[in-house]
Structures are given as C-alpha cells and as structure tokens.
Write a protein that binds this ligand. Structure first.
Ligand code: HOZ
Length: 423
C-alpha cells in the first residue's frame, strides 16, 4: 500500500468519504485519491513523491501557476502583520478598486469567502432589489452548495447522479426554476409563465461544471434581452471564467454586460475568497447601507487580499499573458482533437480560452443531456491512465481542465504523448 492509500484508509474513518469535497475522492474513477504534499509552477507532488503535471490548478485560480513567487511573498509579508482582524483594512479598498477598475459592469463589490457564498449573496441582493422570489438556473450549471441552488446542479452533484441533494427543504427550492443551457426557448417559456415573479437569471456564461460547454451564438444576449424586458437581474457566475477567459472574464470575452457578477478563488490566487459585485443601485442595498443582510468575519481577510491583489495586478499589467495562455491552450486542445482524428475516435473536445473538456460521446456537447451522454466508464479508464502517467486531470468527467502560464511546451508535449497513449 502506498502513502496515499494508507492516508485514505485513515481519512475515511474521520472525514466523510475521506475528503472535504466529494469530487476529489476519486469515486467516479474507481480509484483512491492522491494525497498532495506540495505544488510549484505546473506541478504537484503526492505523498509518495510522484510528480504530476497539474491540469486542475486548484480548479482554476492558479492561472499564473502554483506558488508564484510574487504571490507567495505577498502572503508572507501579510502574515507577518497578522492573520485576521475582523476589521476594515486598506487592502480591501485596494482590492475593491482593482476589481471595479478591471470589470466595467462592477460599480461596487463585496468580498466574501467562497464562490458558494458569493452566489448565495448575489441572489439575495437580486431578490431584495426586485422584491421578487423566483430565480432561473440552468440544468448542469453549478453555483456552489447553498440550498436553493442544489437543483439539477452540475459538478459533483452531477457525477454522483443525484440532481437534487437530500437535506434541502422543498420549500427552499420551490422558487428555483430550471431551464436548459443553450435553449433560450426554455427560458422564454418560464418567463411567459412567471415573468413578473422572476428576480434573476443566473448562468455560468461558459458552463464548466458539466464539463466545459460553450454558450451558443446569441444565447447570452437572449438572456440579457429577456431580463431587460421583464426587469429581472442577470447574474453571471464567473467563478470559473472570471479573470481567466480574459481580464474581464466571460463578460469581456463575449461583450455582454450582466447586472451582477460572482467570483471565487481566482481573486484570492487560490486563497479562500469570493466576491460579488455589479450595479451600484443594486449593491447599495447591501447592509449596512441597505437592508439586504450579508456579513462575515473572514470576508476581506488580509492574507487573502494580499494574494489576490498581487495576482490581479500582475494580470492587469500583463495583457500579453492572456494572448500567450489562450494560444497555448488552443494549440493544446486542437492537438487532442488531432490525436482523436488520427485514431479515428469520435469523441468530443470542447474548449475556450484556457479551459476545456474531453467527452467520450459522439454527440456534440451543448447542454446537460448531451454532456450526460458521455461514457463515464471510458472517462474513468482514460483518467486513471493519465494520472498513472503523471498527468493530473479532473477525477470526474463533468469538470474542466485548466491550463496555466506555468505549463511549458515540454509539459504540453509530455501531456499530449500521455493523451495519445491513454486513448
Ligand atoms: N466541485 C469542485 C469543482 N467544480 C471541486 C472542488 C474540490 O474538490 O476542490
């Protein structure tokens, strides 16, 4: 038994499933998780000393690569001054200004501690503003694990095949309506029926929690238009796409302006952070200015702010990072497509910017049901082969691969060899 297996055996005695987040239990690929000891640049090492080229990047935030020296130094400097104050700091002002400067749709922003918290709070703000209760989400989109959003959700919920979590009162989800991703007609039908009651439409502008699924032409614009027509709030959940697809996230990439935006770990460079922000008239309803309550001792934590400010500043000052990263990623995913063609395999690769997914299905993947048509057993075999070859990809089909600026051409070449052999 290796170190990871020994640790996992012990972990399951004390932690449900041996992990603190379901997907990382490796359950859907039928093996045991690798226990990670350290990460640097594009690599992670496990307890047995095995090195992996990492395509998770802590599920997105490591856009500069792991353990970036500037981010690390900023964290060390912040730690020297204390870990948490539960009081206002200059760093919070710097961070808020930075986000508002970078993202034109954001007039004001509130820091929280995770993407889950950001979404939960943005929905509350939208409901407070519109004085309506219903929201629309899309089947297969994942917006964290708050009660009202665990309805036909993606990510681990989809992998586990339990579209609705146990323990969530039906009274809490009765105002959550679901439409189909890339299907504006399904949204129109809900608005026809409930239009004046719909507070918000929340969407991952690029769905990345049923694997990566791109928005079809006009889909996001249709959402913008219908929200305008009915006075509903359009919320972009940019936990995955924010500061990644472009400096201005998916909204910058596609040129669509949401009313509210949610961010997650990327704005903390991997530290536990989230934020929500948007139109001033909505954000001014947040307590203590208005009567939409939301609070938290760790919100705007000084160590997390230091890490996030450093990463966002670097990204802001180096627009060429995006050109480089997106070109590298395009080449990478296109090479996988080429390998599939050479091997006469009909599988699908969806990709945009520096995220992408390989689906084991012949159907183009455009929504939840086509994503679900992927052969998850084939993914499991492929994934285990990749991991045993030292390439760490998501241990579940319905997640994304993330590239970073730290992936070298040699890393990519090694990965493509592994892809070819594993396929
Ligand atoms: N469900 C998360 C990705 N969409 C994974 C979280 C984790 O295991 O860290």
């Amino acid at each position: 038994m290796n170190q990871s297996e020994t640790l996992f055996k012990e972990a399951v005695r004390y932690i449900p499933g041996g992990v603190n987040s379901p997907v990382r239990a490796f359950g859907s690929i039928g093996t045991t998780p690798r226990f990670i000891t350290k990460a640097d640049k594009a690599y992670m090492w496990d307890e047995d000393g095995q090195r992996y080229i990492d395509y998770i990047g802590s599920w997105g935030p490591m856009i500069l690569g792991h353990n970036h020296p500037d981010v690390r130094q900023a964290v060390i400097d912040a730690c020297d001054k204390g870990l948490s104050f539960g009081a206002a700091t200059k760093a919070e002002v710097v961070m808020a200004k930075l986000i508002c400067d970078i993202v034109p749709s954001i007039d004001m922003v509130r820091m929280v501690n995770s993407g889950t918290e950001a979404v939960m709070s943005a929905i509350r703000a939208a409901r407070g503003y519109t004085k309506r209760d219903k929201i629309i989400k899309f089947t297969g989109c994942y917006h964290g694990h708050s009660d009202g959003l665990l309805v036909k959700a993606g990510s681990g919920v989809m992998t586990a095949g339990v579209p609705d979590s146990s323990g969530v009162p039906s009274s809490v989800t009765s105002d959550t309506l679901t439409a189909e991703y890339n299907n504006p007609e399904s949204v129109r039908l809900l608005f026809d029926k409930f239009g004046e009651e719909i507070a918000a439409v929340i969407v991952e502008p690029v769905a990345a929690n049923m694997g990566v699924v791109l928005p079809q032409e006009n889909f996001l614009q249709e959402l913008r238009d219908i929200c305008d027509r009915y006075g509903s709030i359009l919320i972009f959940d940019e936990v995955i796409t924010g500061f990644r697809l472009s400096l201005q996230g998916a909204q910058g990439y596609f040129g669509i302006t949401p009313d509210l935006t949610t961010f997650g770990k990327i704005i903390g460079a991997g530290m536990p952070v989230g934020a929500y922000g948007g139109r001033r008239d909505i954000m001014e309803l947040i307590s203590p200015v208005g009567n939409v309550y939301q609070a938290g001792t760790l919100s705007g934590n000084p160590v997390a702010m230091a890490a996030g400010i450093t990463q966002l500043t670097l990204l802001k000052e180096h627009p060429e990072f995006y050109t480089e990263l997106n070109k590298k990623s395009d080449d990478f995913f296109n090479s996988i497509i080429k390998i599939l063609r050479q091997k006469n395999l009909p599988w699908q690769v969806n990709h945009i910017g520096s995220i992408g997914s390989l689906f084991f299905t012949e159907k183009p993947v455009t929504d939840y049901s086509s994503a679900k048509s992927s052969d998850v057993k084939a993914y499991a075999r492929y994934c285990n082969k990749m991991i045993s070859r030292g390439i760490y990809i998501a241990p579940a089909q319905f997640e994304a691969m993330f590239l970073s600026l730290a992936h070298t051409s040699q890393d990519i070449a090694q990965t493509l060899d592994a892809v070819s052999e594993s396929l």
